[in-house]
Design a protein around this ligand. Structure first.
Ligand code: HEC
Ligand code: HEC
Length: 322
């Protein structure tokens, strides 16, 4: 506890330093960014209702399709609309560094989310993934399932000093040409088909519901409103984590290949989310790679979707400083 507190203080101090210098690199070895990645294990919790709740939360994250999706025994528990698991993207049940980890996430919520232009609780953020990545419907915030997932994410986050790097995925360098789905198809053929299939539909588990290798497009994939449907977001994840087994510091794909293969995935058919024009009500905060209008600039939908993005960012910065 005391150690955790000290690390939090150190994190706060390094954040102040970072902001003051306008520098995103941390320079000191004692900053949490360089600390060892924690390995919290809920199985080690003392027996009791807290442990049961955390373990249920973990099961919901790892076997969403079975416990809160199309395979759930009770109709009322069929929240997810596809047979993915949260863990299909939040790797190792949300414990893998730079694999969209949940470790450290609790500290970041509630926070202001550009997509809603409103403060969002962790439960609301989880529901964002249920409606988009899982192509389903939101859970009641007071449900047993929501409480369990929040408890699991809180448990994981207790292990992390605030400010520790390893959430999300590191940013790829952007190109000065548009992302190219045709080149991406070649990357896909040589690096991805063995698991995700030539048709992108993955491979079902042989012994039950869900996937050994999840689909990347088609009717059982994430919908057009998901973060993974944005090319930069997908490329960051893919470069750091795919082919499955690579790590962010020893990737197999170049930044360019990751962007092109993300574009190839992005042009395939998938479930449509309606009313996307209502996302990012403050257009100035809309991510440059949001593939759906409206935008508050004169760049085309095509350029927002595929890039090149640096001119869009530059135009925004010029405007912000006028
Ligand atoms: C298809 C991939 C995918 C699936 C499946 C998915 N997510 Fe996500 N999730 C993302 C991405 C990508 C982000 C990063 C935010 C963004 O850019 O939209 C994210 C962000 C989050 C965050 C915020 C993390 C942070 O660092 O602030 C939470 C919490 C979350 N997801 C929970 C879940 C839960 C719970 C499920 C299962 C019900 C789930 N996600 C399923 C892709 C996915
Ligand atoms: C060795 C097998 C393997 C290879 C090769 C592989 N993947 Fe994956 N991929 C997986 C597995 C397994 C998961 C889900 C992880 C889990 O469920 O724990 C996954 C998840 C994903 C996801 C997020 C989940 C979803 O359904 O959208 C994306 C995106 C993805 N892979 C893209 C790629 C791309 C692009 C390539 C090629 C550059 C690739 N993968 C190569 C095994 C593989």
């Amino acid at each position: 506890m005391a150690l955790n507190f000290l690390l939090r203080l150190a994190a706060a101090a390094s954040l102040v330093f970072t902001v003051a210098c306008g520098n995103t690199e941390t320079t000191s070895d004692v900053t949490p960014a360089h600390a060892e990645w924690p390995e919290p294990d809920p199985a080690l919790l003392a027996d009791g209702p807290h442990k049961d709740e955390v373990l249920y939360g973990e099961a919901l994250i790892r076997r969403t399709y079975e416990l809160a999706g199309p395979g759930a025994s009770s109709l009322s528990l069929r929240y997810a609309g596809n047979n993915l698991a949260c863990g299909s993207c939040h790797l190792d049940g949300g414990r893998r560094r730079y694999g969209l980890s949940f470790i450290g996430v609790t500290d970041a919520y509630p926070r202001n989310m550009a997509r809603e232009n409103a403060e969002q609780s962790l439960a609301q953020r989880i529901n964002g993934c249920f409606e988009r990545s899982m192509n389903g419907r939101p859970l009641p915030e007071d449900s047993r399932e929501m409480a369990a997932m929040v408890a699991y994410i809180e448990f994981l986050s207790e292990a992390a000093p605030a400010g520790m790097e390893g959430r999300g995925a590191p940013a790829v360098a952007l190109l000065d040409r548009p992302a190219d789905p045709a080149r991406g198809e070649l990357v896909y053929r040589s690096n991805c088909v063995t698991c995700h299939g030539a048709d992108g539909q993955g491979l079902r588990n042989t012994d039950g519901p869900g996937y050994a290798y999840p689909p990347l497009w088609g009717p059982d994939s994430f919908n057009t409103g998901a973060g993974m449907h944005r090319i930069i977001t997908a490329a960051n994840f893919i470069r750091a984590n795919m082919p499955y087994g690579v790590t962010h510091d020893a990737p197999q794909l170049t930044d360019e290949q990751a962007i092109d293969v993300a574009a190839f995935i992005n042009v395939q058919a998938r479930p449509e989310r309606r009313n996307l024009d209502r996302d990012y009500p403050n257009r100035a905060l809309k991510p440059v790679d949001a593939p759906f209008p409206p935008y508050d600039d004169d760049f085309s939908q095509e350029q927002h979707t595929f890039g090149p993005w640096p001119p869009i960012t530059a135009a925004r910065e010029t405007r912000a400083h006028r």
